[in-house]
Design a protein around this ligand. Structure first.
Ligand SMILES: Cc1cc2nc3c(=O)[nH]c(=O)nc-3n(C[C@H](O)[C@H](O)[C@H](O)COP(=O)(O)O)c2cc1C
Length: 211
């Protein structure tokens, strides 16, 4: 067994162990609008669903040189954003958006993304992405000593590329959504091409799990 006491590790060592173990992680490509009105896009894999009623999601911003990243600063100014799911078609463009561009430079234009206006929020949608969730900020929670900023949003509109959702059943075809996920190290990713089914447990006298 290999065991580690985080109190004996520096932040890079902690990050390497955590981010290479909690895998695969979904990727949120988040658009926001800055103070200069320039739209911004950046990917975040410390990302997940929070719950429903209303539908909510979260992603976490690690600090850059002790400061909150542009995405967080933009959301503090205009509490709206769009979360996009990333597939293979947009993976290179997503990667370009992770570069540390100067303020006022739009990663969206640089990466060559096509955009469309959102319905309920101001930041634009990246229409090549298979799913686009328009969000309004619920809260930004600061955690840890650095600190990290957890952005929690309410999903106020959901958009999907044609053919991904069975609209009568609200069934999302995972194979057609085809998200990529983040794995270990600086550049490893995965596909969801190796899925399997496991039904809810059927244990006599024990109610089936509901979630
Ligand atoms: C796939 C991927 C996932 C990433 N996940 C995160 C993350 O969860 N949190 C974070 O702070 N940065 C993450 N980054 C780095 C940010 O995308 C990067 O710092 C970006 O420049 C932030 O842009 P901004 O300053 O415009 O907000 C990730 C990068 C990539 C390529």
């Amino acid at each position: 067994m290999s065991s580690f006491d985080p109190d004996t590790l520096d932040s890079k060592q902690q990050y390497k162990l955590m981010s290479s173990t909690i895998i695969p992680r979904p990727i949120a490509l988040v658009t926001t609008i800055g103070a200069d009105d320039v739209p911004n896009a950046a990917p975040f894999s410390l990302f997940n669903m929070v719950g429903v009623e209303p539908p909510m999601l979260m992603f976490s911003l690690t600090p850059r040189a002790g400061n909150i990243k542009d995405t967080g600063r933009n959301i503090e100014l205009l509490p709206e954003f769009v979360v996009h799911i990333v597939d293979e078609n947009v993976k290179e463009k997503m990667n370009i958006c992770s570069a540390d561009f100067a303020h006022g430079v739009s990663e969206i234009d640089f990466a060559g993304f096509r955009t469309a206006p959102s319905v309920k929020v101001r930041p634009p949608r990246l229409i090549e992405c298979p799913a686009q969730f328009e969000c309004r900020l619920i809260d930004i929670v600061k955690v840890g000593r650095r600190p990290n900023h957890i952005v929690i949003g309410e999903v106020v509109m959901l958009h999907y590329r044609e053919g991904i959702v069975d609209e009568a059943k609200y069934y999302v075809d995972a194979g057609k959504l085809a998200p990529i996920g983040r794995l270990e190290g600086a550049g490893m990713y995965t596909r969801i091409t190796d899925r399997f089914r496991m039904n809810k447990p059927d244990i006599p006298g024990v109610p089936a799990t509901s979630g």
